[in-house]
Write a protein that binds this ligand. Structure first.
Ligand code: ZN
Ligand code: ZN
Length: 395
């Protein structure tokens, strides 16, 4: 326990400003050169209070002012990230992570921030924390290693690639969209695929810190990039007149059209096959995660492969049955509906455009009131055993 230290009046005001969400007052106080790492009677720092309050602006202010993101004298060993996880504010978690918050610190009952967030049902925070990768892990590949003559990754791709590897919605259509949305990625597919393979390998070689989930995620992303490369090669090598239709489409359209093609019983057959193949090609067959995914797919009533992959990477969500998702890319709470049938939802015009090839027939039937289920994948799954869920939380 730390000895009682009397706080000055301005120091007391700092805690007051935070509890009242008064960013302006806090800013004024901090400019008086007050140490941002003071503690109150419970040994909590201003940053920890702000994280628990879930106020992103104040948290950022304190970080900019030199607040120690991993400071922990709290009697139960909570860090600011533990408090942010409890607050349920994913953007606060993210700000702390970007400032170097450690994810593996446990509190006095042995729980990490991610586990605490899961415990209180803040799955957005769990996803942000579990998918976070320090930027330095990416920057590593922009420097020349060993006998290399040039680095694996051009330095200008760091920002885009960092965002790309941390994406939480891993629906393959979203991954393809992101390849084209994040600046520079689509011009460097081969380099990106190589780096993802190296990163996947590295995660399995961290000894006690081996992270099967991240290793699989990087493999998964590299597998999708590999498919985009193949489609691109096929497209450029296709002879004239052959598949003239396909030649007019861009890669995103071609690939999403395949992914979203509805099969006989409303299942997305191509996507299912593609993702099973991706699991099968994961080189680390001895690991628990791989064995669990395979067991899940081999069960008598197997879930769609996407659900298996998604819960392997993002963990179990639970109680999400009624959440709406984009029919193209699986993004949650999409903003738009098909104006004609109002039965399917999309993020935006682009997502609607990408699905229209398959939706147009169903749309007229749906708009005449004929009920029919559009094939769609719900991101929630309960298939995986408790064992694997624990494993996921632990990572
Ligand atoms: Zn979408
Ligand atoms: Zn429609």
């Amino acid at each position: 326990m730390c000895e009682d230290k009397v706080l000055s009046e301005s120091e007391k005001l700092i805690f007051k400003a935070i509890s009242e969400n008064d960013a302006t007052l806090l800013q004024a106080l901090l400019s008086e050169n007050i140490n941002a790492n003071i503690v109150d009677e419970n040994s909590m720092t201003p940053l920890q209070h702000a994280a628990y309050k879930g106020n992103k602006e104040i948290v950022q202010n304190l970080l900019d002012q030199g607040a120690d993101v991993n400071y922990s004298e709290h009697q139960h060993n909570y860090t600011a990230l533990h408090f942010a996880g409890l607050s349920g504010k994913a953007d606060v978690c993210y700000a702390l992570l970007l400032s170097g918050a450690k994810t593996d610190v446990t509190n006095s009952v042995g729980r990490t921030a991610s586990q605490m967030a899961a415990f209180v049902g803040h799955h957005d925070c769990v996803a942000i924390i579990n998918n976070f990768i320090p930027k330095s892990d990416i920057e590593y590949y922009t420097t020349v290693q060993g006998s290399q003559t040039s680095p694996y990754l051009p330095i200008f791709l760091v920002e885009s690639f960092h965002k790309f590897v941390m994406q939480i919605n891993i629906h393959p259509a979203k991954v393809v969209l992101n390849v084209h949305n994040f600046v520079g990625l689509s011009d460097h597919l081969t380099e990106i695929k190589k780096v993802l393979e190296l990163m996947s390998e590295k995660e399995m070689k961290r000894g006690s810190e081996t992270n099967e989930v991240m290793s699989f995620k990087f493999h998964y992303l590299s597998y999708i990039i590999g498919e985009i490369i193949k489609i691109r090669q096929r497209q450029t090598s296709t002879k004239k007149d052959e598949k003239e239709d396909e030649k007019k489409l861009d890669i995103t359209e071609l690939f999403t059209r395949k992914l979203l093609k509805p099969g006989k019983d409303g299942q997305l057959e191509f996507m299912d096959r593609f993702l099973k193949e991706c699991i099968r090609e994961f080189p680390h067959r001895e690991c628990t995660l791989f064995r669990q995914m395979v067991a899940s797919l081999a069960s008598t009533d197997p879930p769609p492969a996407f659900n298996v992959v998604n819960s392997a990477i993002n963990g179990q969500r639970g109680f999400m049955d009624n959440i709406s998702i984009c029919n193209t890319c699986g993004e949650e709470k999409p903003a738009k509906k098909c104006s004609k049938c109002k039965a399917v939802e999309y993020c935006d015009r682009n997502c609607q455009r990408l699905h229209w090839h398959w939706h147009k027939k169903a749309c007229s039937r749906l708009s005449q009131g004929i009920v029919e289920n559009e094939p769609q994948i719900k991101p929630n799954v309960n298939e995986l055993s408790t064992e694997i869920q624990n494993l996921l939380v632990n990572n």
